[in-house]
Design a protein around this ligand. Structure first.
Ligand SMILES: *Cc1c(COP(=O)(O)O)cnc(C)c1O
Length: 387
């Protein structure tokens, strides 16, 4: 990803910044849509992974729909080329204004996470004299076997509707004239690398789908969410996730009835590998048993290591010295502001440039101004998009 020419260019750019390889993004988008297309599956990109406008425009141009979790994400999606008819809106806490925005735009589906929310959407739709297309977000009770902060498909999570509520849901639906039930929605978590998890999801979706059909409710859309993981350890070897094997699990195990459509909402899998956080070394400090490479990027720029104890591969782009171990840490006043412990790097000194890889997903979107630090800018592999 980083040849000498690019590294030379980086030297003159203020750090830290996110660098996006747009060729890799395009290749990833086409690999995913090609594999999904073979089975007639539809794709919605989960904006929360990265809502950078240039990235959004490339994804919408590649024909993807959008999965949004806030009113502002819906606005960003429509501003960057997504068709409202291909926008889904999920989230446990939608405000009245956000629901109204979705209704005005006539989006594809509001994914409803509780009975109370159904009642509120019905009321708001009634006030606007229209009918709301909804899907039920269901907790399938499948363990995603991922970090507990990014698992969402278990009974104790705050998300969605539980199977023991289904009778009550259908009774309530009968009384709500301004709702149209379009589908069932599932999303069990993120950074899932064990494909057996998706096989378990398929079995649960089949059971739940059959339950609704046997109760005279036919879901047109089955949406199985996102969650496919990426290779944080070997981003160079595996820049594009194994979409073929992923979709094959569904092809093999999901039982679609009649003309039901299967929808997916990948986020991380599409944008994770195309982004790196580029940072300069400010100081190298010798501790009692370790060396610290203190860099100018902090946990406010990329919070994943601090929040989820997640691993990112770190490379020194400008040194070829002998390999040493460093704790790579940021300047923020928190001990969790650490990008990696005992990282093997060529001998590292002040002003070296480091790349923190696989930072395209949940990087820039989760940035904050903690410590009143400036937000990292974005730099693209294609000149025409730069400043
Ligand atoms: C976050 C989220 C996604 C995307 O998850 P990834 O792990 O990034 O693929 C999809 N659907 C919903 C409802 C989400 O909240």
């Amino acid at each position: 990803m980083f040849n000498e020419e690019i590294t030379a260019k980086f030297r003159s750019i203020p750090t830290p910044f996110y660098y996006y390889d747009l060729d890799l993004l395009r290749d990833t988008l086409s690999a995913c849509s090609q594999e999904a297309g073979k089975n007639g599956y539809l794709l919605h990109y989960a904006l929360k992974a990265n809502a950078n406008p240039i990235i959004l425009s490339l994804i919408s141009a590649a024909g993807y729909g959008a999965d949004c979790v806030s009113g502002n994400e819906i606005t960003a999606a429509t501003a960057n080329g997504f068709n409202p008819k291909q926008i889904m809106f999920s989230g446990v806490g939608k405000s009245d204004d956000e629901i109204r925005l979705a209704l005005v735009l006539g989006i594809q589906s509001l994914n409803v996470e509780s009975i109370q929310e159904m009642v509120v959407i019905n009321e708001l739709a009634s006030g606007m004299r229209l009918k709301a297309d909804i899907s039920l977000r269901i907790i399938p009770n499948v363990d995603a076997r991922t970090h507990r902060y990014i698992t969402t498909g278990l009974e104790e999570n705050k998300f969605g509707i539980l199977p023991w509520e289904f009778d009550h849901v259908l009774e309530t639906l009968k009384t709500l004239d301004h709702l149209h039930l379009k589908g069932l929605h599932f999303h069990i978590g993120s950074q899932i690398t064990d494909l057996d998890v998706f096989k378990s999801l398929c079995h649960r979706v089949n059971d739940i789908n059959n339950w609704f059909i046997s109760n005279q409710v036919f879901p047109q859309i089955l949406n199985v969410g996102g969650g496919l993981g990426i290779d944080y350890h070997e981003p160079g070897k595996n820049p594009i996730p194994g979409f073929a094997s992923y979709f094959n699990v569904f092809k093999k195990f999901i039982e679609l009835q009649g003309n039901q459509q299967l929808h997916f909402e990948p986020g991380r899998a599409l944008v994770g590998q195309c982004g790196s956080l580029i940072t300069r070394v400010l100081f190298v400090k010798k501790g009692i048993s370790t060396r610290f490479a203190i860099v100018d990027a902090g946990m406010n720029d990329l919070i994943r290591p601090a929040l989820y104890q997640s691993y990112h591969k770190i490379e020194n782009l400008t040194s070829s010295g002998k390999i040493e171990k460093y704790d790579v840490v940021g300047p923020v006043c928190e001990s969790s502001d650490c990008f990696g412990k005992a990282v093997s790097l060529p001998e590292t000194s002040r002003h070296d440039l480091l790349a923190i890889r696989s930072a395209g997903a949940y990087g820039q979107t989760m940035a904050s101004r903690y410590n009143l630090r400036d937000l990292a800018t974005a730099v693209y592999s294609e000149e025409e998009f730069n400043g």
